[in-house]
Design a protein around this ligand. Structure first.
Ligand code: NDP
Length: 309
């Protein structure tokens, strides 16, 4: 059994060394040094070059380095009969949830306003928000959204959630469907997007969505840039309707130097870092996924092509 690490970006030597050290019984090959394609049973993939995975006839599973799979769905030859396992772990859930919670808490406690007052040397207290009034709407209650919802509840925030299926989640007010989407936005002071990017969710946060949100509410997008129609977001903030936004993901990454988002006073830009973990954690997670896959145990977090995510 050989494992192919495949990416069009150079893979850090340290990462490969860690794989070899932790799984000494497996042979790791690094694309483009593929060797005999017949030997390769597993691929660890990050932005794999188009057509390359389809050349591996004995592939049993593709293990994605990321939770999202849009880094490979652009490949028209992506083998759909091979399971794709998404990289999620307790560590990645905690990383994402703590990032989102930090943004929610920053909004809730008006930390940007106090940072501004400090710059001016002004001692001024404004009315605190009541936690019961800062309802957080989480769009997408999958592995990451569910974890965030539960942690926000533990902090004391009321939580709304929007998902496709209707499995109940204790303490979370659930919404479904097109009308549910609008109702969820309308009853949330902060909306966090944790949806996968699909044909159904592309551009979902548009002028209509922003208009449905309460005045002075806040938007956090940590899912994919394609979810937000940026000109609509800027218009909704500049009109005074929305208080601001935190954006971690963008249509084009790195965010182009001439993007108006960089200098917008009410928009926080972070460089796709909400779910980023240390390379040690990434390697450990991939090793755990490989151990699970090669042990013959049933695979978890497998992409369901009937749903598209
Ligand atoms: P999951 O696949 O586990 O969950 C997706 C959720 O979205 C599910 O609750 C699903 O509903 C819901 N959903 C999907 N389509 C629709 C729709 N049309 N209408 C309503 N609900 C919908 O994904 P994860 O939680 O693991 O990850 C979410 C996304 O976060 C990833 O796809 C990725 O793009 C992004 N991400 C970003 C990172 C970053 O660093 N910024 C890091 C990691 C992930 P149901 O439960 O009914 O299936």
């Amino acid at each position: 059994v050989s494992i192919l690490v495949i990416s069009r970006d150079p893979m850090p030597e340290k990462l490969i060394a860690q794989f070899r050290q932790q799984l000494p019984d497996q042979e790791f090959r690094v694309w483009p040094d593929v060797g005999n394609v017949e030997d390769i049973h597993y691929a660890l993939a990050w932005r794999p070059p188009n057509g390359e995975l389809a050349k591996l006839p004995k592939l049993k599973a593709i293990l994605s380095f990321a939770a999202g799979i849009d880094h490979m769905t652009g490949d028209p030859a992506l083998p759909k009969n091979v399971p794709i396992v998404r990289a999620v772990s307790d560590a990645s859930k905690l990383t994402m949830s703590s990032f989102c919670a930090a943004q929610v808490l920053r909004f809730h406690h008006r930390l940007d306003l106090y940072a501004e007052f400090q710059k001016q040397g002004v001692w001024k207290q404004v009315l605190p928000r009541d936690m019961a009034d800062t309802t957080v709407g989480v769009l997408g209650l999958g592995v990451l959204g569910l974890d965030l919802a539960q942690r926000l509840l533990a902090l004391g925030f009321p939580v709304n959630g929007w998902a496709k299926s209707s499995k109940p989640i204790e303490g979370v007010k659930l919404f479904h469907g097109a009308q549910g989407f609008i109702d969820c936005l309308a009853s949330s002071s902060v909306t966090v997007c944790l949806l996968p990017l699909t044909d159904e969710t592309r551009g979902i946060l548009d002028a209509r969505a922003f208009a449905s949100m309460p005045k002075e509410s806040y938007v956090i997008n940590v899912a994919r840039g394609g979810h937000v129609v940026v000109p609509d977001l800027i218009a909704a903030i500049d009109s005074g309707h929305l208080a601001g936004a935190t954006l971690d993901v963008f249509d084009f990454e790195p965010l182009p130097a001439d993007s108006p988002l960089w200098k917008h006073p009410k928009i926080t830009v972070t460089p796709h870092t909400a779910g980023r973990m240390s390379s040690v954690r990434v390697a450990q997670n991939m090793v755990d996924m490989l151990r699970q896959a090669t042990s013959g145990a049933s695979l978890q977090n497998v992409v369901d092509w009937s749903k598209g995510y």
